[in-house]
Design a protein around this ligand. Structure first.
Ligand SMILES: [Fe+2]
Ligand SMILES: [Fe+2]
Length: 476
């Protein structure tokens, strides 16, 4: 007699179905391919919108910890978009229709969060509303779909939920630190309106009955991207170009140890790269998704490079706020260049890092310094930059022409931006104060060594340095 769902046994009681599920679980029909694809397209839309929102809000967000977290989270969203796109393409779906808006209510939902007029609202919209709503939709997919037939979707959903949980946990902590009860109360009608937008769309997955779309609030007029980089109060004197870090690092007279302090400064200063790359990614439309994924990976790497500087300073016992982490580069590129011009400058700079005096040299200093942490930081920084040069070849060069033309164009774009050393001084924006001796002295205290008078006396500024040369090592 044939076994029933209740009585069927696998061979020697081994886990059935490759361990995916039990036979009774896999015997429930679950979602059709059409229903499954319909839902996947909504998760795709949600991750893509979240990617754009997080990217767009990096530049003008003053708080460094949020800037860096948005950099990570936008990249993670970009990876999940990619995974879902690949999955939809496997499910009899040409044309994929992935660029279509699945529902007007969903569009309003994400438009509102993008346009959130303050950091507190943005955090609530992202981390208390959108990301948890997406996670709930994914969790429901796992319950509704057939665990055997839809195993490939389940695999990417489980992975997405792992990272969603990390993002939500960060957001909850950030909200606890930054959002007061007053702000939360003020936000509550808006959060209710967000819920109504989701309800209008039949929930994020579209599995529920749709409702009426509420009137827009913050997105009633279309969102305008703010390209001006902002920093929190720990970052002072943002126009300061008083210490020429490259000329110190490349000067053979100076020993390796103090050079590591200057390299940490250069790393932390790289926070200007996410500020700038965010503008390229947000303002460039119509590229294949792989472009956005790769550019977001690079943006995240640059945020990570800044955090390497932060870690290095703290490990050395140096108060990094005494250094002047200028925003000159991102400010000028974002306000004076088009997206392709910015990309050209970035590529030109990163090519410069591939030479003998670039990233390899910085790693060698790290090794020579006898500080294992610095060697590790520079080792990975170098590896990341090799990847970035490859990504530039993949996505930037084809937009301009040959490798030579692309390089010349980058050179041209940047030399058009003349040094503003004198101008910002005359405008009273900075005195270009020399912060180096104070920072170097702190490191000496932590090493228990006497400051080297020659190193202490370093006072070369960026005055007279060609703007492009200044920045050749400034970023990337
Ligand atoms: Fe970098
Ligand atoms: Fe880079």
């Amino acid at each position: 007699m044939a076994a029933t769902l209740d009585s069927y046994r696998s061979y020697k009681g081994l886990p059935a179905l490759a361990g995916l599920a039990t036979i009774p679980e896999a015997a429930r029909p679950g979602l059709s391919v059409e229903a499954c694809v319909g839902r996947l397209k909504r998760y795709h839309y949600a991750f893509a919108r979240l990617h754009d929102i997080l990217t767009a809000r990096i530049t003008a967000e003053p708080i460094y910890e949020l800037k860096t977290a948005f950099s990570l989270h936008s990249y993670l969203c970009a990876e999940h978009v990619q995974a879902i796109r690949n999955r939809v393409a496997e499910m009899r779906e040409p044309p994929l229709g992935l660029e279509q808006v699945p529902h007007e209510g969903l569009q309003a939902y994400f438009d509102e969060i993008l346009a959130a007029p303050a950091t507190a609202l943005l955090l609530l919209g992202l981390y208390e509303a959108a990301l948890p709503a997406l996670d709930q939709a994914l969790e429901r997919h796992l319950r509704d779909t057939n665990p055997l037939v839809d195993a490939p979707s389940i695999r990417i959903i489980r992975f997405a939920r792992l990272e969603l949980a990390d993002m939500i946990a960060f957001g909850q902590k950030a909200i606890a630190c930054l959002v007061g009860t007053g702000e939360r109360e003020t936000a509550s009608p808006w959060l209710q309106m967000l819920d109504d937008c989701l309800a209008a769309a039949g929930g994020l997955s579209g599995a529920d009955a749709p409702g009426p779309i509420p009137a827009r609030q913050h997105s009633a007029t279309p969102y305008v991207y703010d390209p001006v980089p902002r920093r929190d109060e720990r970052f002072q004197d943002l126009w300061n170009q008083g210490v020429n870090a490259e000329s110190f690092i490349y000067n053979e007279q100076f020993p390796a140890r103090p050079k590591t302090v200057m390299m940490l400064y250069k790393r932390l200063r790289e926070i200007d790269v996410p500020e700038m790359m965010a503008s390229i990614i947000h303002e460039t439309t119509g590229q294949p998704w792989e472009y956005y994924r790769d550019m977001s990976r690079q943006l995240w790497d640059e945020a990570r490079h800044a955090m390497m500087g932060e870690v290095g300073f703290v490990a050395l016992g140096v108060d990094w706020t005494q250094a002047r982490i200028t925003h000159n580069w991102s400010y000028r590129l974002n306000t004076e260049c088009t997206p392709i011009e910015r990309h050209a400058v970035l590529y030109f700079i990163e090519q410069g890092l591939m030479t003998k005096t670039g990233k390899r040299y910085e790693w060698e200093i790290g090794v020579e310094s006898g500080l294992p942490l610095i060697a590790t930081l520079q080792d990975y920084d170098w590896a990341d930059e090799v990847l970035h040069a490859q990504l530039g070849r993949l996505w930037y060069i084809p937009q301009v022409g040959s490798w030579k033309e692309a390089l010349e164009y980058g050179d041209q774009c940047w030399s058009r931006i003349l040094s503003n050393w004198q101008t910002v001084k005359e405008q009273g924006l900075t005195e270009h104060a020399n912060w180096w001796p104070g920072v170097y002295q702190q490191a000496c205290v932590s090493w228990g060594t006497q400051p080297d008078p020659k190193v202490m006396g370093f006072s070369e500024t960026y005055e007279g340095a060609r703007a492009d040369l200044k920045s050749v090592a400034a970023s990337g």
